[in-house]
Design a protein. Structure first.
Length: 589
């Protein structure tokens, strides 16, 4: 205490100066620690607010402008700081800006904040503020996914550079899946070009194909050949649109009638069927007809032999009739009744035929499998003649890979083909030569880009059947035949997406060739889209200028997953928006 009293009472100049300088340094040192702590606390809270801001911008709906994202980010930033109750005394924001960078299908957002924080003590030594620079970055990246593009390849895609824009736009988003040329997310991509058909790589050993008969002729048991083909066709079409196709077909009633007028013989058929829906009955009828004209020609008799089998037949000379068959017309009706009176009442003037006279459905015609040889006896001018029909060999090698719709209800299903012929895929000659082959799922993105560049639109005979495109889109994503590249539906790890791009209204399918009946095709498309969603597939739909807006919007999994374009040039941005919607956003800085 004595020493302290002596120090305090000392009036020497050096002692006072040393004390003053020491007190100033001690104050700056202690106060500076407080300022640094304040600045670190400020930085942490501003970083948290910046993270919230960039995530808010990244999760906004597709098509949102950068300016709108900036506004939303700023609001989220302020709300976060207010929620912390932070004392902003001395804090000034110099700038806050959001930067958006899109490369292919990848998008990054950066929220940059620059601020100054006024110091309480360090200003005594000339350091009046701390400059704070904070960066928050979020990247939207693909997670493990399986994606199928279902692409309209009809003739209308040639208009307004639609196919040109489609090729370049799909290529751009595919390029965005690559980082340094590598598909790091292991995303699988498949392609389904479609018109009224879908085409695969031809083969002769597929066990899921309904090859049909190699001969285009049809036959029935116990029914005149004049009625056979039209009866089969009417029976195949009468239940189109039914809730349960097979149940409806089990109720078939067949009728036929012959009449003559103006030197022509008319052959008409009617097919009745019904289905019960609740307490009512939906009565369905389908009518078809042909007519023939006959001329008489002389012919000489003789013996003819088959070069392949050696079988011979002999005919005597005389005259014979030459018949020309011409199509007459077809139509269908549907009525809802509380009873089956209409179904049970036979049409006037028609003769009833048992449904068992049909030996195979119309879907078997124009196929590629063989049939055995046979003989039949007919009468010409009262004289019996034996006609030999040689065996028709299987001709699967002639098939070029095209399918029509599966028999209903399989036409809207991804269920694997089974023992039932109706569940198989009917092979048919290709309507157009330009339809692309279905590309199975693959992680080879470079190969997919090459494939897309070769896509072509169809010609004048190329019509739209969205149902078959969606159904085959499900098949590409399926783990079972005919395509086996997908993981199980509703897998916990891998997400499945279908991107449908079309520019047209449904005009034709296997059963309907009259565009006035497109509503019936639309009904099948709606069921196919629902089936895809029920499988856990997220469906995006892009309408390019033309098509049934209501149908296509309903096909998408969410309203915001439907893109209604007014020109083909918008395809690129639409597909980028699709990929932004399916990417996973995460903070990276």
């Amino acid at each position: 205490m004595g020493i302290l009293k002596a120090f305090r009472s000392d009036r020497g100049g050096n002692t006072a100066m040393i004390f003053g300088l020491t007190a100033f340094a001690l104050l700056a040192a202690v106060g500076g620690g407080i300022d640094v702590t304040r600045a670190v606390n400020m930085r942490t809270k501003i970083q948290d607010a910046s993270d919230a801001a960039v995530l808010r911008a990244a999760t906004m709906a597709r098509g949102t402008t950068t300016a709108a994202q900036q506004t939303a980010a700023d609001q989220a930033f302020d709300a976060n700081l207010n929620a912390t109750g932070m004392n902003r005394s001395g804090l000034s924001f110099v700038s806050r800006n959001l930067v958006r960078v899109t490369e292919g299908a990848n998008t990054s957002l950066t929220y940059n904040v620059e601020a100054t924080n006024k110091n309480l003590f360090l200003g005594l030594i000339g350091l009046s503020t701390f400059n704070l620079k904070i960066v928050a970055e979020a990247k939207a990246q693909m997670r493990k996914s399986e994606i199928v593009f279902v692409l309209d390849s009809t003739g209308s895609m040639a208009k307004d550079s639609r196919m040109v824009n489609l090729r370049s736009s799909v290529d751009a988003v595919l390029a965005g899946l690559l980082e340094g040329g590598v598909n790091v997310s292991e995303t699988k991509v498949g392609m389904v070009p479609f018109d009224t058909q879908v085409r695969v790589t031809p083969g002769t050993s597929y066990n899921w194909v309904d090859w049909g008969q190699a001969s285009s002729s049809q036959s029935c048991s116990g029914l005149s050949g004049s009625y056979c083909s039209i009866m089969i066709d009417a029976a195949d079409k009468v239940c189109t649109g039914a809730v349960n196709i097979e149940a409806c077909r089990s109720t078939l009633k067949l009728y036929y009638k012959t009449s003559t007028s103006g030197g022509k013989t008319y052959y008409d058929v009617k097919v009745y069927a019904y289905e019960q829906v609740g307490s009512n009955y939906t009565i369905r009828t389908y009518s078809e007809g042909t007519y023939t004209t006959t001329t008489t020609q002389d012919y000489s008799g003789g013996t003819s032999c088959n070069a392949e089998t050696g079988a011979c037949s002999t005919t005597s000379g005389g005259t014979r009739n030459v018949t020309t068959t011409t199509y007459n017309g077809e139509s269908g009706t549907t009525t809802v009744k509380s009873n089956l009176t209409d179904y049970s009442t036979a049409p006037a003037g028609y003769t009833s035929a048992a449904s068992s006279v049909l030996t195979y459905p119309a879907s078997y015609s124009n196929g590629y499998d063989g049939k055995p040889s046979s003989t039949t006896t007919t009468t010409t001018n009262g004289k019996p003649r034996t006609i030999y029909m040689p065996a028709v060999p299987a001709n699967r090698a002639a098939w070029t890979g095209c399918f029509i719709d599966r028999t209903q209800p399989y036409d809207i299903s991804a269920d694997s083909p089974g023992a039932a012929t109706a569940s198989l895929y009917p092979a048919r000659p290709c309507v157009t030569a330009t339809l692309g082959v279905v590309r199975p799922l693959s992680t080879d993105i470079a190969g997919a880009r090459t494939y897309v560049q070769a896509l072509k639109e169809g010609g004048a005979n190329s019509y739209t059947n969205i149902t078959i495109g969606v159904q085959w889109g499900m098949e590409v994503l399926s783990p079972s035949e005919p395509m086996t590249g997908g993981v199980a539906f509703k897998d916990d790890v891998t997400l499945k997406y279908m991107i449908v791009v079309t520019d047209g209204e449904n005009t034709r399918n296997r059963w309907i060739t009259n565009s006035a009946q497109s509503a019936q095709i639309d009904a099948r498309t709606k069921l196919a889209c629902q089936a895809a969603q029920d499988k856990g597939i997220t469906v995006f739909v892009i309408r390019v200028m033309e098509g049934n807006s209501a149908l296509l919007k309903a096909c998408a999994s969410k309203p915001e997953y439907y893109y209604d374009l007014t020109n083909a040039g918008q395809l690129n941005q639409a597909l980028k928006d699709v990929f932004e919607a399916i990417k996973k956003t995460r903070l990276t800085k």
